[in-house]
Ligand binder design. Sequence first.
Ligand code: COA
Length: 193
Amino acid sequence: MFLFSQPIETARLTLRPFSLDDEADMLEFESRPDVARYLYNEPRTPENNAKELAARTTQTVLLAEKDALTLAVDLDGKVIGYVLLVWLSEENRQGEFGFVFNPEFQGRGYATEAAAEMLRIGFEKLGLHRIIGRCDVRNTGSARVMERLGLRKEAHFVESEIFKGEWGGELHFAMLASEWRASPLSKAEDATA
Ligand SMILES: CC(C)(COP(=O)(O)OP(=O)(O)OC[C@H]1O[C@@H](n2cnc3c(N)ncnc32)[C@H](O)[C@@H]1OP(=O)(O)O)[C@@H](O)C(=O)NCCC(=O)NCCS
């Protein structure tokens, strides 16, 4: 079980729950076709963005399997992206993480910096044994974030699903708790302590 209790401060960012005040920042990037290109959702409209935001404000606890922790990534008061951690299996201590950022703030390492904290929560607070990340085979930016964080590429599924009207392939990456403990990231100051 994990209950989010206080904002996480990284070197440059604050990770915190979404609030209804974040609507404009969220719509700014989640309405963009380039952001939604490799996500299952389409670019958000103001209506479904507001609905999704309302759901995210409650995603602050991991009490049971399938629960998601979704945190806004705040840079000097502006939400520039979000990171999430889904509890896949309690018995097998498995989780999945993800990250989505505003293109205006990409290329500066913010996604890598924020996503590392989801690995930290998963391994150090929730006690997970393994965390996976998945991306479309064409999503090189996402794959690079996972490699930079030290995840291993475990699989390349070829034309494994129909994605947005065409055959899509998927890469699966993973990290074990033992690999996290050996990683330089885990030695960094625990911002959630
Ligand atoms: C996937 C996504 C988050 C990657 O964004 P990103 O900006 O490339 O990732 P980061 O913020 O970690 O930045 C990394 C880049 O900044 C560079 N960088 C600059 N300063 C850096 C720093 N201090 N630390 C780390 N990297 C830094 C890196 O070299 C890297 O560049 P490269 O990809 O050319 O090697 C982004 O493309 C995105 O949101 N896409 C749309 C949503 C999506 O597809 N999400 C993933 C779903 S699976």
